[in-house]
Design a protein around this ligand. Sequence first.
Ligand code: CTP
Length: 132
Amino acid sequence: MKNIITFGTFDAFHVGHINILERAASYGNKLIVGVSSDELSFNKKKRYPIYCQNDRLKIINSLRFVDEVFVEESLELKLDYIKQYNATVLVMGDDWLGHFDWVKKACDVLYLPRTPSISTTEIIEVVRSMPK
Ligand code: CTP
């Protein structure tokens, strides 16, 4: 049994999110996703998500290649979550390159290339700039 763990806010769900979760799942038998809480998302991105954490959790949990979800309360708890969920690989997008190398004592860390030209921030900007 190989448990894969990954983390993110996954707000305004888009194909870049699907791609990383699908690829993460392909590295093991079970995919566990830590969905960042509203407060943690605010700390990371300096704005609150559009969708609240319960809705983001519900969306991620409904994907066929996701086996388990939980709320990620803090970036500093990565190691605790990895141990708690018995993860053997941590997968992150390469916008986080090098950032979580400190958990390599507990599991492998893989940074996968982001899907180009899409992000929640960009979607928000596009919608904002649409004529009324
Ligand atoms: N991700 C990705 N490709 C994208 C966008 C996101 O692979 N085009 C990955 C990130 O690298 C991360 C996960 O999806 O591992 C969750 O990212 P998140 O920050 O929630 O999504 P973004 O669209 O990057 O959000 P924002 O624009 O608000 O920073």
